[in-house]
Design a protein around this ligand. Structure first.
Ligand code: AHG
Ligand code: MN
Ligand code: MN
Ligand code: MN
Length: 336
């Protein structure tokens, strides 16, 4: 009957997090308030991305960021939106963004106990051609009441309380973990609400896809080169893996999470620490992968055990299906 056409038990992200928080009786809803401000930022960026071409939001902003990258207008706009939304939540004390050289220390009157690290717009090179891009974030709690400083976010990723990303693609999908599994929510534009569409995401134990920028092959080290060779010419006579590389980490990771397989951004001779940034790319994605039953490896250690020394530090990363990452770990172990 008519009611079947409409799901009436709408599980919105806010309700979901409130249910989660009820597992922590001591919580005063601060995390829920913080998350609602992150969600607000994602909704804004989603709408800006969807009308980028129309609203003259494509192209360069005429500045470069600390990464030495030319900032796109949407990089700058989304950064401002998230900084303002996070500060206005009254629940943060320090913010680290890919687009800001220095950490933002929140003024005392607006301070809370959460530290947020984020990439406001991931995959900027794909903005102007309409390919999926995203926002990535991670949340730490400040240890105790003291003047917040960058040291408060130079913690291993395993101490994150939550991590997630929002992908602006054919639909706007927010994937989140608060340390108790991974859930995906899709924005229903008619309601302006993120609705639970992918409950309890688990990554397949092994996949048939590898995802790497093959254009860097001449600079790879031995184990990476060997692993990719095995993907293309399997020794055990199994079929080759497919290559899928979008160039937006959020999109490549989202596909890996749902379909299985492995995503690699290895070190190479040009960039010995790879390209991806530890705090707001490597850690959140590694956190999600482990929560979904996969794993994340830097070439030397479990990614979430890494202790960053600087807020924009980079690390090589191999993440995805448990068995696939095991194979590359064995190749690195064999070289030691
Ligand atoms: P950002 O746009 O936030 O700077 O991140 C871009 C990153 C990441 O999204 C992607 O995986 C990687 O750059 C692609 O790098 P290459 O173009 O070197 O493959
Ligand atoms: Mn960038
Ligand atoms: Mn990025
Ligand atoms: Mn970015």
């Amino acid at each position: 009957h008519a009611a079947d056409a409409y799901r009436t038990d709408l599980m919105t992200i806010t309700r979901y997090v409130l249910n989660e928080q009820s597992r922590h009786p001591e919580s005063r809803g601060d995390f829920t308030i913080l998350l609602s401000h992150i969600v607000l930022g994602c909704k804004f960026v989603c709408s800006a991305v969807n009308k980028a071409g129309l609203a003259k939001l494509i192209g360069l902003a005429g500045e470069t960021n600390v990464q030495g990258e030319e900032q796109k207008k949407l990089d700058v706009l989304s950064n401002e939106v998230f900084i303002k939304a996070l500060i206005s939540s009254g629940r943060t004390c320090i913010l680290v963004s890919e687009e800001d050289e220095e950490a933002t220390i929140v003024e005392p009157s607006k301070r809370g106990r959460y530290c947020v690290v984020f990439d406001p717009l991931d995959g900027s090179s794909n903005i102007d051609c309409g390919v999926s891009i995203g926002t990535i974030f991670g949340i730490y709690a400040i240890k105790d009441d003291h003047e917040p400083a960058p040291a408060d976010v130079l913690q291993p990723g395993k101490y994150m309380l939550a991590a997630g990303y929002c992908m602006y693609g054919s639909s706007c999908t927010l994937v989140l973990s608060t340390g108790n599994g991974v859930n995906g929510f899709t924005l229903d534009p008619s309601l302006g609400e993120f609705i639970l569409t992918h409950p309890d995401i688990k990554i397949p134990k092994k996949g048939k896809i590898y995802s790497v920028n093959e254009g860097n092959a001449k600079n790879w080290d031995g184990p990476t080169a060997k692993y990719v060779e095995n993907c293309k010419f399997p020794k055990d006579g199994s079929s080759s893996k497919s290559l899928r590389y979008i160039g937006s980490m959020v999109a490549d990771v989202h596909r890996t999470l749902l379909y299985g397989g492995i995503f690699l951004y290895p070190a190479d001779k040009k960039s010995p620490n790879g390209k991806l940034r530890v705090l707001y790319e490597v850690f959140p994605m590694s956190f999600l992968m482990e929560q979904a039953g996969g794993q994340a490896f830097t070439g030397k250690q479990r990614a979430l055990d890494l202790v960053p020394k600087k807020i924009h530090e980079r690390s090589p990363i191999f993440l995805g299906s448990y068995d696939d990452v095991e194979e590359i770990k064995a190749l690195y172990a064999a070289q030691d």
